[in-house]
Design a protein around this ligand. Sequence first.
Ligand code: ADP
Length: 256
Amino acid sequence: MTDLVAVESLAKAFGDHVVLRDISFDVAEGTVTTIIGPSGSGKTTVLRSLNALEIPDAGVVRIGDCTVDFSTIKPGHRGRLPKADRQLLATYRAKSGMVFQSHNLFPHKTTIENVTEGPVVTQGISKEEARTAAAALLEQVGLSEHADKYPYQLSGGQQQRVGIARALALKPSLVLFDEPTSALDPELVGDVLGVIKDLAAEGWTMVIVTHEVRFAQQVSNQVLFVDGGLIVERGGSEVITDPQEPRTQTFLKRIL
Ligand code: ADP
């Protein structure tokens, strides 16, 4: 299988606080990678780097045919990035879609309008075409009957599923999930995890930061255990069922 994503030696500090030390991994096309580890270990920063929501200090990331060497991306005059860098980062960002912890939906737009907004505004797709595609996505995430409701009329889990449909509507090569269930009531978690499992079965390439280790075990082709800004252990779901590194063992013992 070809690698869709290749991450090489990502490093990032916030001031004196080194958050990513040296992060390297690949993601094969059509697979699910989960990132687990203690709070504050750098998981979200890795994920945000894949969408350039954080700009790492160093490291090279390739997503599909787009490669960014972050050591060359430095603000120039008056803290602004040069035009060529901004264009490169725009291409890079468009490769992935991010599903956030809280849904960030437009409150004054209906479910289907939330899903069509991106394709119409950023990709110049006709409203009609966008609505047809959005209706199919809403069916996929089990929300067809809620297409014309506003976010406040939906449960947290339903809102999160709109967030997923909205990310998929832009047809990204890679879907990134930042703790997709951590803001949900426990009884709603299963629905969202079910949708993610369905997407995995359909062959979407996904990278997921999650606290739901049992879910990670079920859905992952690759598990990355991150601690202290390093990948301490990497493998298949055996990282969870049969961890080899003492730090992974300690972490899993504490949470399982
Ligand atoms: P995790 O997702 O594993 O909980 P994060 O990647 O969110 O960890 O954060 C790692 C560390 O980086 C934490 O100590 C966090 O406080 C710090 N951090 C994250 N984002 C910022 C930021 N924008 N400014 C300063 N510190 C940050």
